[in-house]
Design a protein around this ligand. Structure first.
Ligand code: TXA
Ligand code: MG
Length: 317
């Protein structure tokens, strides 16, 4: 069991000693260490069983703090930062020399964001250090949206869990950068394309290069529960799998026979609510007595796009 609480001073002390602290953010919980301490960063990779080619996101307390570690010169990215930080937006920016290359897996750009959670912002301000933090789950598994999720899988590997309650967005941040002069989205997430395009106009989607080691979050098989997940029309899937014990994750008040374990992402068909529930339900379905999990795709708009992206990567194909 990891020591757990909402004591920011205790969390800061552990970070300064080179330890690992699970931090709450509005997207998902992160597994944090001092970005500038290479040994501490190594222990993040070790705890998650994460390959070294998968770079980490660096968290800072404010837009002003970014300049110490990266160049935020592009006016479009600056506009996005001013509009959406603190929030579920990660920017890929040319890194400065003080960011160890293990953090960026040797890449020239560092992923940076200002998270929107009171406790974590307090911790970042107190430390005045950047915290590198991937999602606090074993590599390839569903991201945690509750302190208990972290405890369950990584409790024996973290020194402290800063419990900030349930994550308010429930999907990882949207990753944005510039390539060949264009604004590109590398990972769909808690900030929708529509919101981004309102600020900087049309963007390019670069989310499907599954073999590209620069963006393992885009690996075809990621974010996955341990039980087989099938995504598609629920009627057809139920028929196809009628001899297996199924759990169903659906969107909006469907009649499901009572002997089947069912999870409704949002009875009122609200995509934000669905995003909030998705990872928790995937975990609960995984822990239920069902042998397989069936889920229907959501409307491909707003956060629905990011949800469908996660479902696709988590599913059997
Ligand atoms: O919402 C989030 O982003 C959460 C919270 C904790 O902030 N973090 C998160 O981290 O989802 P992680 O490590 O699970 O996913 C980070 C993704 C990975 O797919 C990684 O490849 C990509 O960001 N990434 C990080 N640094 C990068 C870089 N320098 N260039 C390209 N991709 C990068
Ligand atoms: Mg992750």
């Amino acid at each position: 069991m990891a020591e757990t609480g909402n004591n920011v001073d205790r969390a800061a002390e552990i970070i300064l000693e080179g330890g690992l602290v699970a931090i709450p953010t509005e997207t998902v919980y992160g597994l944090a260490a001092n970005t500038l301490n290479e040994k501490a960063i190594l222990s993040i990779f070790e705890a998650k069983q994460r390959p070294f080619f998968d770079p980490l996101i660096v968290h800072v307390h404010s837009l002003e703090a970014v300049g110490k570690y990266a160049d935020l010169d592009d006016h479009r990215l600056l506009k996005l930062a001013k509009t959406f930080w603190p929030g579920p937006l990660t920017l890929l920016l040319p890194k400065k020399n003080n960011i160890p290359s293990i953090v960026t897996s040797g890449l020239e750009r560092v992923a940076i964001r200002v998270p929107n959670h009171e406790l974590t912002l307090k911790l970042l301000e107190k430390l005045d250090l950047p915290l590198a933090a991937p999602s606090a789950n074993p590599f390839g598994y569903v991201s945690p949206t509750l302190a208990q999720h972290v405890e369950k899988q990584l409790g024996h590997k973290v020194n402290y869990i800063l419990d900030g309650g349930p994550s308010k967005v429930g999907l990882e941040s949207t990753i944005v950068g510039i390539e060949e002069g264009n604004v590109c989205v590398y990972r769909l997430g808690g900030l929708s394309l529509e919101e981004i395009e309102k600020v900087v106009g049309k963007v390019e989607l670069r989310i499907n290069n599954s073999s590209d080691p620069k963006a393992p979050g885009q690996l075809k098989n990621h974010y996955a529960p341990r039980k087989p997940l099938f995504v598609g029309d629920l009627r057809e899937l139920s028929e196809l799998h009628k001899n297996e014990k199924i759990a169903i994750i659906h969107f909006g008040n469907k009649e499901i026979p009572s002997h089947i374990k069912a999870f409704d992402l949002s009875p009122g068909k609200d995509l934000k609510e669905a995003a909030l529930n998705l990872f928790r339900f995937l975990r609960e379905a995984d822990e239920s007595s069902a042998e397989i999990v069936l889920c229907e795709p959501l409307p491909d708009e707003g956060l629905g796009r990011a949800i469908n992206d996660r479902l696709r990567r988590a599913s059997v194909q």
